[in-house]
Ligand binder design. Structure first.
Ligand SMILES: Cc1cc2nc3c(=O)[nH]c(=O)nc-3n(C[C@H](O)[C@H](O)[C@H](O)COP(=O)(O)OP(=O)(O)OC[C@H]3O[C@@H](n4cnc5c(N)ncnc54)[C@H](O)[C@@H]3O)c2cc1C
Length: 550
C-alpha cells in the first residue's frame, strides 16, 4: 500500500517511477487486509456533518501512547492525512465510505470517537484491471466464503443470518450466484472487496499514471554515492541490475512480520522467532529495514509493542498447505469465552485483537508456550462460527477430523480434549454463566466497553457479548499469538525521509508503511491505524521526491 501510494503520487507529480515488488503478485499484506483507514477530520466526515476536533484526537492518542507520545508526528498526521486522502480521491480510482458508527478501540477514553474516523474501501470490479488482475495478490483464503471475500460488517452479518432472515437469505443467494457466474467465466470472483479492492484500485491508478510495475523483482541493496542513496540493486528475471534513481528510493517492504531474527529479538513470546503465527504475506521479511540500517538508518524499537498483535489459529487447508486464521470477531460473541492453558479465563475476550494478545502473553509468561483456548457452546458455534469452523450450514466434520476443532459432550469431556483441569474449566464456565444471565461479566467486563458491544451481536439482550454456555456439545479452538503487521521500524521525518542515528535525513532515502516505525508508538487506538499512515506518508514521500513540500 505505502509503496503504491508513494509511486502514484510521484508519478502524478511528473516523475518517472519504478515500483519493484518482490512477490509474483502485487498487494502484500494490504491485499489481505480489511482495507480500513483511520483518518480523523476527513472530508468524508465533514460531508456527513460528523464533528471531530484535532485536540480531542491529540488527547486520545497521547493517553494511548503515554510517555512515548510523539506530538510532532501526530500533528503531521492530523494535518496531512486528510489532504492525502483528498489527493487520492481526486487523482486516483480510490473510493471510500465513512463508517459513522465504528468506534475507536478504547472509545471510553477522553478524546476517543464513537465513529467517523474510520473509512472502508468500496468494492471494485476486477474487470477494471484488465490483465493486471492476474498480478493481484489474493485475499487470505481463511477469510473467504465460497471464493468470496465478504465486504462490510453488514455483508458478514447477512451471511451469519442467512437462514434466519429472508432479506439476508436473498442477499447471500445473490452474492453466491454472482460469484459462481464469475468463477465460470473468469476463474475467480471479480467483485473485489476490502484490502483487495484497495490494492486493485491503487494498482489501476499506478498503471494509469505510467508507473513501471515490476513483479518478482526483489530489492537487494541500496546504492550510495557521496553519502546519498542514488539507486538500488534489483533482481529482474534472476539477474541483479542496478537501477539508478535521480530523486530517491522509497522503502515500503511491509515490515518484519516474517523476519525470524527480528522476531527473536523483539517478540518476548517467541524466543526462537518461530513461536509466532502471522497471517501476513510471507515476503515481508524485513528486507527494507535491513537495507536501510546497512546504510546508517536508525531502527526504532522503543515502542509500547513491537507489532500489531492478533490471536490466530492454525488450520490445514484442503490442498495440504497451512493457513493462519486471524480471530477478529468471534471472541466478542455471546456464548464464547477464552481460557488459558490452565483453563482459567484471563481477559475481556471482546477487547481489540491487539489488547487480547497482550493479555495472552502476560498470562503465559514463564510458560513454555503462549496460547489460549477459545471455547463456545453449540449454539455459539453454529450461530457465529469459531475461527475457520464456520456457522451453520457449513460442515464441522473436516475441522473435527483434523483436530482444529475440539469437542466434548460435556465441559469435563472438552477439558480432557484440550488438556485442562476439568474442575477449573467447569467452575470458570459456571461463574461466567451466572454473570451472563444478568448481563454483566464481573470478572473481566466482557461486553462492558463500547468497542466490545460493537463487535457483539446487537440482537442479543441485555448484553450483546454475553450468553451462558449451556447448549452442548462444547467446542474449543487453540489460539496462538500472531500479528497483522509490525510497528517497530525505521525512524522517519515529516516527509517520510529516513533518519540516521544522529537524527539527520539520509539524502535520497524514504520509507513508509510498516517499514517505518508506527506513529502510534506501538499502540492500536482504532480501526485502520496502519493503512491511514501508509497512504499519508507514502503520499508525503512522493510529494517530497517531486520537489514539492520541501
Ligand atoms: C487480515 C488482516 C486485516 C488487516 N486489516 C487492516 C485494516 O483494515 N486496516 C489497517 O490499517 N490495517 C490492517 N491490517 C494491517 C495492514 O494490512 C498492514 O499493516 C499494511 O497492509 C502494511 O502495508 P505496507 O504497505 O507497509 O506493506 P504491504 O502491503 O505488505 O506491502 C509491502 C510489499 O513489499 C514487498 N517486499 C518485501 N520485501 C521486498 C523487497 N526486498 N523488494 C521488493 N519488494 C519487497 C512485499 O512482498 C509486499 O508486497 C490488516 C492485516 C491483516 C493480516
Amino acid at each position: 500500500m505505502a509503496g503504491l501510494a508513494a509511486a502514484i503520487t510521484a508519478a502524478n507529480q511528473g516523475l518517472d517511477v519504478v515500483l519493484a515488488e518482490k512477490a509474483e503478485k502485487f498487494g502484500g499484506i494490504t491485499a489481505r487486509s480489511g482495507g480500513w483507514l483511520w483518518i480523523p477530520n476527513s472530508s468524508l466526515a465533514r460531508n456527513q456533518s460528523v464533528q471531530d476536533d484535532p485536540d480531542a484526537v491529540r488527547t486520545y492518542i497521547s493517553s494511548e501512547c503515554g510517555e512515548r507520545f510523539d506530538r510532532g508526528k501526530l500533528d503531521v498526521y492530523l494535518a496531512r492525512a486528510p489532504e492525502a486522502l483528498d489527493y487520492f480521491l481526486k487523482n486516483t480510482a480510490l473510493e471510500l465510505d465513512l463508517a459513522p458508527a465504528y468506534p475507536d478501540y478504547h472509545a471510553e477514553a477522553v478524546g476517543a470517537s464513537l465513529g467517523g474516523r474510520a473509512m472502508s474501501t468500496r468494492p471494485f470490479s476486477g474487470l477494471e484491471l484488465g490483465k493486471d488482475i492476474e498480478r493481484l495478490a489474493p485475499p487470505l483464503p481463511e477469510l473467504m466464503v465460497f471464493g468470496m471475500m465478504l465486504g462490510s460488517g453488514k455483508e458478514i452479518w447477512h451471511f451469519l443470518r442467512a437462514f434466519k432472515s429472508f432479506e439476508s437469505f436473498c442477499v447471500v443467494v445473490g452474492r453466491v450466484a454472482s460469484t459462481a457466474a464469475d468463477v465460470v467465466r473468469y476463474g475467480r470472483s471479480m467483485r473485489l472487496t476490502n484490502g483487495n479492492a484497495l490494492v486493485a484500485r491503487l494498482l489501476k491508478s499506478a498503471r494509469d499514471k505510467n508507473v513501471a510495475l515490476w513483479h518478482s523483482a526483489p530489492l537487494h541493496r541500496l546504492v550510495v554515492e557521496d553519502a546519498r542513496v542514488v539507486g538500488a540493486v534489483v533482481e529482474r528475471e534472476g539477474v541483479a541490475t542496478t537501477v539508478r534513481a535521480r530523486r530517491g528510493v522509497v522503502l515500503a517492504c511491509g515490515g518484519f512480520s516474517h523476519d525470524i531474527e527480528r522476531r527473536k529479538a523483539l517478540f518476548v513470546h517467541a524466543p526462537t522467532g518461530r513461536e509466532h503465527f502471522s497471517p501476513t504475506s510471507n515476503t515481508n521479511t524485513g528486507d527494507g529495514q535491513r537495507m536501510a540500517v546497512a546504510v546508517g538508518a536508525k531502527f526504532d524499537a522503543d515502542l509500547a509493542q513491537p507489532a500489531a498483535w492478533v490471536p490466530t489459529s492454525v488450520v490445514r487447508r484442503k490442498d495440504g498447505s497451512t493457513g493462519i486464521m486471524p480471530h477478529f470477531i468471534d471472541r466478542a460473541k455471546p456464548g464464547v469465552i477464552a481460557v488459558s492453558p490452565k483453563g482459567r479465563r484471563f481477559v475481556n475476550e471482546a477487547n481489540s485483537y491487539h489488547d487480547f494478545v497482550q493479555a495472552m502473553i502476560s498470562e503465559c509468561r514463564g510458560e513454555p508456550e503462549t496460547y489460549a483456548w477459545l471455547v463456545g457452546d453449540h449454539l455459539a458455534l453454529r450461530t457465529y462460527g469459531l475461527g475457520c469452523a464456520a456457522a451453520f450450514p457449513m460442515p464441522l466434520s473436516p475441522h473435527l477430523k483434523s483436530g482444529y476443532l475440539k469437542r466434548g459432550r460435556t465441559l469435563a469431556e472438552l477439558a480432557q480434549a484440550i488438556g485442562v483441569d476439568r474442575t477449573v474449566l467447569q467452575s470458570e464456565v459456571a461463574r461466567f454463566n451466572a454473570d451472563a444471565k444478568v448481563g454483566s461479566d464481573t470478572a473481566f467486563g466482557k461486553g462492558s466497553a463500547i468497542y466490545n458491544r460493537f463487535m457483539g451481536d446487537p440482537r442479543h439482550r441485555p448484553n450483546p457479548c454475553l450468553r451462558a454456555l449451556t447448549k452442548p456439545p462444547f467446542y474449543a479452538v487453540k489460539l496462538l499469538p500472531g500479528d497483522v503487521g509490525t510497528f517497530a521500524g525505521l525512524e522517519t521525518n515529516e516527509h517520510g525521509q529516513v533518519l540516521d542515528e544522529a537524527g539527520a535525513a539520509i539524502p535520497g532515502l524514504y520509507s513508509a508503511g510498516n517499514d517505518a516505525a508506527s506513529i502510534f508508538r506501538g499502540t492500536y487506538p482504532g480501526p485502520g491505524i496502519t493503512l491511514g499512515p501508509a497512504l499519508t506518508f507514502g503520499y508525503l514521500a512522493g510529494l517530497h521526491l517531486s520537489g514539492r513540500n520541501n
